[in-house]
Ligand binder design. Structure first.
Ligand code: NAG
Ligand code: NAG
Ligand code: NAG
Ligand code: NAG
Ligand code: NAG
Ligand code: NAG
Length: 478
């Protein structure tokens, strides 16, 4: 399929460029794309000074953390990902892409491939596709995003994908910090754009083991996408094979990516859930792409609850926290706290940008608190659908009713359905107060923005009549 990699013609690369490319462990189409970038760097170096500007940018990134004028140490992100210089890097990157297009024409590359990577410059001014909406549910882990994602998954005319960026994180190794962290935002963004356009082939180079003939049994959590488990994407299962990511209620043959892409195009809308997009800012090209009608729903949750949940779900990553809790002293390094702070800050910065409603985001951003969804799921679902401009069907309403309320029949002790308005603050009764204090200290600015009140003492943490939630209207400015 893919044309052979263009030869590098024995040119040597600038060191920054090598570092950038080598920090990504990639294969397939993306390798090709990066090879383009590499070649573009080389050509550009020959002709003018952009390369020095690019490499300056690349070198600057780790330092830009220190450039932040604020004395707030919260801005010292542990992953050293620059929150300020991404747009600069990105505009430089766009220039590169434009050059890349010229370059690939010279090299006689397939135009289709260029188009696929957005290297063909500005998308043509074709009209936005009717009423088709492209919903991105932007969250972080343990914020209830799978649950909220179901609101879109359950609607028959929405093509929903669950966490497709998982594959990119698995196969592209981004060294923490510096250019690579910013680079990851660009890769995620480009992949998301293609997926929203129903180009599901874009995932293939990242799926391991590699799909053959566009068939794969390894699409992450296939079973979480109804669209991938219904006719005609669910093909008859011929032989019994182990499928790690199988459909929930039926057996299907391996996923045919072509069939999935066709199904995506047939549906009225597309929705994706992603916990790996850290910066709302990185999505600007998607919002501005005339082929897309993007709606970003940023889902946030009380960081105390998130930490409590992560300590259970990702137990091994939180060994030092547990040690610190049980043994009293030591254990909890400044790095750990810094990471927590960094996560809260990147969520807050994205939300602040969204709420500020810059022109490119106007009408395209909605902030949702998980706690509000848990307490008033139907109302929040209506708001989200209203914001997205998609009519909510009874199908979704039924699903929500069934999955958020405990059975009214109290004799039904085996009901697995949770009463979501009782569940959302369960964490308060098992979280040691000193852990809550650490989160409150690290995540204060984010908590203030989202209306999560600080607990003064252990008693108020566990006192049900003390609310830790400020009531907020819809975080949605029109
Ligand atoms: C830091 O402050 C200087 C002068 O006040 C300003 O020009 C610059 O833009 C600021 N930098 C950042 C990253 O905010
Ligand atoms: C690409 O090529 C076209 C036509 O040859 C030229 O007008 C344009 O300036 C080039 N773009 C870049 C970024 O070099
Ligand atoms: C991030 O920056 C800090 C301070 O400059 C440095 O000590 C640390 O090693 C960097 N971390 C990564 C993962 O690059
Ligand atoms: C996948 O689906 C496409 C579209 O229907 C079909 O042409 C192709 O043969 C299928 N691939 C395989 C391996 O069955
Ligand atoms: C769920 O719990 C809330 C809070 O305790 C209560 O008000 C509500 O009636 C419960 N709903 C059902 C269906 O049990
Ligand atoms: C819980 O909080 C309420 C309201 O602040 C207070 O009246 C009550 O005494 C508290 N209960 C306990 C057990 O501390």
């Amino acid at each position: 399929m893919a044309p052979p990699l263009p030869k590098e013609k024995g040119l040597t690369l600038p060191q920054e460029c090598q570092d950038f490319v080598h920090s990504l462990k990639i294969r397939g189409k993306y390798a090709l794309f990066l090879a383009f970038v590499v070649i573009a760097f080389v050509f550009i170096e020959k002709e003018n000074k952009i390369i020095s500007r690019v490499s300056d940018k690349l070198k600057q990134i780790p330092q830009s953390v220190a450039d932040v004028n604020s004395t707030d140490p919260a801005l010292l992100l542990p992953e050293n990902a620059s929150l300020l210089s991404l747009s600069e890097l990105d505009s430089t990157f766009s220039q590169l892409q434009s050059r890349l297009r010229n370059l690939s024409l010279q090299l006689g590359m397939e135009p289709a491939l260029q188009a696929q990577w957005g290297a063909a410059g500005k998308p043509s001014q074709q009209a936005r596709a009717g009423n088709r909406r492209h919903v991105l549910l932007m969250a972080t882990t343990r914020t209830g995003s799978s649950f909220v994602g179901e609101f879109f998954n359950q609607q028959g005319n929405v093509f929903y994908l669950f966490e497709p960026l998982w594959h990119i994180e698995r196969t592209v190794f981004f060294q923490q910090g510096g250019a690579s962290a910013a680079g990851s935002a660009l890769v995620y963004r480009d992949v998301l754009k293609q997926l929203l356009l129903c180009d599901l082939y874009v995932l293939e180079p990242f799926i391991s083991p590699a799909p053959e003939d566009h068939l794969t049994q390894f699409l992450f959590r296939r079973g979480s996408s109804r669209s991938l488990c219904e006719e005609p994407v669910c093909t008859p299962s011929v032989k019994k094979v182990f499928e790690k990511y199988h459909c929930r209620n039926r057996r299907c043959g391996p996923l045919n990516v072509t069939l999935a892409a066709e199904a995506c195009r047939r549906k009225d809308h597309v929705a994706l859930k992603a916990v790996r997009v850290r910066q709302l800012e990185s999505l600007q090209p998607l919002a501005e792409d005339p082929r897309l009608d993007l709606r970003v729903i940023q889902l946030v949750r009380d960081p105390r609850a998130v930490l409590a949940s992560r300590m259970v779900a990702f137990a091994t990553k939180y060994e030092s926290w547990k040690k610190w809790l049980t043994e009293g002293q030591g254990g909890l390094s400044e790095d750990e706290v810094q990471r927590l702070r960094g996560n809260c800050e990147s969520i807050r910065l994205s939300a602040e940008l969204g709420l500020r409603q810059p022109a490119w985001l106007r009408g395209r951003y909605l902030l949702v608190r998980y706690e509000d969804v848990a307490r008033r799921p139907l109302q929040k679902a209506r708001e989200m659908y209203g914001f997205a401009g998609i009519p909510l069907t009874p199908q979704v309403e039924d699903w929500i009713q069934k999955n958020t309320q405990a059975s009214r029949d109290s004799s039904d002790v085996y009901s697995t359905r949770k009463n979501s308005s009782e569940q959302f603050e369960k964490w308060r009764f098992s979280m040691p107060f000193k852990l809550a204090q650490v989160v409150q200290a690290a995540c204060g600015p984010a908590m203030r923005l989202f209306g999560y009140k600080l607990a003064r003492d252990a008693a108020s943490l566990t006192n049900r009549s003390v609310s830790l939630l400020e009531e907020r209207g819809i975080f949605w400015v029109t």
